[in-house]
Design a protein around this ligand. Structure first.
Ligand code: SF4
Length: 508
């Protein structure tokens, strides 16, 4: 039987876990009896490229020779929990695999890594460049992989081929694959969805901007739209994800990571400059009892090594529900700093429910910056939360943001002090330089100009009110902040490329 639809997860995204968005669509299609296939072209493409590079590489320097020779051993190492007991062994495996990808990309004039894709000539935020990528699929480094894979997929005569585009690092490959399909089968219907596409449309991009390549661009959750296209009325749309179509034993993790989302949007929804707020995304949660039950069912079914809760911020009520009804496997996710997490008994119950790590957006060590960003957190509570989590054995992955409009260098120094004072309670760090979402209300009160000079750019460059501009911030981070011995130590143990996706394995 021909599939009605083929859903594709394009390169490049982290290949440590199966893609959640397509798994939700797949579940919806199954629930409505629609024959379909899923293709994780990201994982398949990366593995194809690594295997080809390891046997056909003309480069003979020592690192490349070693990376080629040990490629299969390194892939196996990332699937073995013992590797995570030896951070240096883990780091060697990741760096060797990444090096090989990077070398393979060079001959295509692309800077490739395990987490990013940077074409030296084409930009993912210029629609003209995306169209150029579609016109020359043969110039894409994944062409040797996808030409056969897509040709075989087309032989199945699907009614639709859908691409899930969530990250800028996927955009040029997505369009190269679409261009290839259109060269072979010009009448093939193409649907483009995913969170990046949603952001583009909310930014004001025309839905027919890729006319001739893309037949439909989907905003938000794709379930309803797919059922409409398939002319299914009153179909079931809310289903737990279905990962059956994915090669679950091939992902680069020591056991399956099960991604699960209990809500769209963020329950707080107030932080200035947050894309959730700027794009006006509604908060649409499942009942917490349903989410807890679905997690237990999925865990029994799939026996994951780790559950990745994808919510922008796990609500206190879901935390409570997970504590009362443990999912049955270790889990981690993002949550806000709240009073609940200063309660040792509550944190212990989270720990006992399998909570391996919490990601916390603290952003700044200066209260007036937090207040102006509308974070709704205070530093004494943040401090108490970090100490309680440490005491109860839950790892912390803390996010800090530099160069926000209310921040000055003095504020950034206070952030440095805050981290140093809590260095024993912070396991992993993410340090980011602020990007101004072009749709934010606040952007209108700042002097701005286009950031990447692309019509699809989600961000704008701005004149910082006190001159604390990106290059100065970057310089401070590199030359002062990251050099502090306490911070350098935390950064050294923070996993490269896979970052928070692998971090909990160092504590399990
Ligand atoms: S808590 Fe996070 S996701 Fe929610 S509004 Fe703030 S920054 Fe955005």
């Amino acid at each position: 039987m021909s599939p009605k639809i083929i859903l594709i997860h394009p390169p490049i995204a982290k290949c440590s876990e199966p893609p959640a968005g397509i798994a939700k669509l797949s579940a919806c299609l199954n629930a409505n009896g629609v024959h379909h296939h899923v293709i994780d072209a990201n994982l398949e493409g990366i593995l194809h490229m690594l295997r080809h590079a390891s046997t056909n590489n003309p480069t003979t320097d020592r690192w490349t020779t070693r990376a080629c020779k040990k490629m299969e051993i390194n892939l196996a190492a990332l699937q073995d929990i013992a590797t995570y007991r030896s951070p240096s062994r883990y780091q060697r495996a990741v760096m060797d695999i990444n090096h090989l990808l990077n070398v393979a990309g060079k001959s295509w004039r692309v800077d490739l890594s395990l987490a990013d894709y940077h074409d030296q000539c084409l930009s993912p935020v210029k629609s003209a460049d995306l169209i150029s990528a579609a016109k020359k699929p043969q110039a894409n480094p994944f062409y040797p992989y996808f030409q056969y894979r897509l040709m075989n997929a087309l032989k199945e005569n699907p009614d639709f081929i859908g691409f899930s585009l969530n990250y800028l690092s996927q955009a040029l490959c997505t369009f190269a694959m679409i261009g290839f399909i259109k060269q072979i089968q010009p009448r093939q219907k193409i649907i483009l969805g995913g969170s990046l596409v949603t952001s583009w449309i909310k930014l004001g991009a025309r839905r027919n901007i890729f006319y001739g390549l893309v037949d439909d661009m989907v905003v938000g959750a794709g379930e309803q739209k797919l059922l409409e296209l398939l002319e299914i009325k009153d179909g079931k749309t809310f289903c737990p994800p279905d990962y059956n179509g994915f090669p679950l034993d091939k992902y680069l993790s020591p056991g399956l990571i099960l991604p699960y989302s209990s809500a769209r949007g963020c329950y707080w929804h107030k932080c200035a400059f947050c894309p959730e707020k700027a794009e006006g995304n509604a908060y649409l949660p499942l009942e917490v009892s349903q989410a807890a039950e679905e997690l237990q069912i999925l865990t029994r079914l799939l026996n994951p090594a780790l559950i990745h809760i994808l919510d922008s911020s796990i609500s206190p009520s879901l935390l409570q529900a997970l504590a009362q009804r443990p999912p049955g496997a270790p889990w981690y996710g993002f949550t806000r700093i709240t009073q609940h997490l200063t309660d040792e008994d509550f944190c212990l119950s989270l720990k006992n429910s399998g909570c391996a790590m919490l990601k916390l957006g603290i952003e700044s060590g200066e209260q007036k910056v937090l207040d102006q960003l509308n974070k709704g957190i205070d530093l004494p509570t943040a401090s108490a939360v970090l100490k309680t989590l440490k005491k109860t054995g839950i790892a912390t992955y803390c996010y800090f943001l530099f160069g926000t409009p209310p921040e000055t260098k003095e504020c950034a120094v206070k952030t440095l002090d805050f981290i140093c004072q809590h260095h024993n309670c912070i396991d992993f760090l993410n340090l980011a330089i602020f990007n101004l979402p072009s749709q934010s209300v606040e952007a209108q009160s700042l002097a701005t100009h286009d950031f990447y000079e692309g019509d699809l750019s989600l961000y704008k460059n701005f004149q910082h009110p006190t001159g604390w501009q990106r290059p100065v911030v970057r310089n401070f981070l590199e030359k002062t902040f990251k050099k502090h011995p306490a911070i350098a130590l935390i950064l050294r143990r923070t996993p490269e490329f896979f970052t928070s996706n692998h971090a909990p394995f160092f504590y399990s």
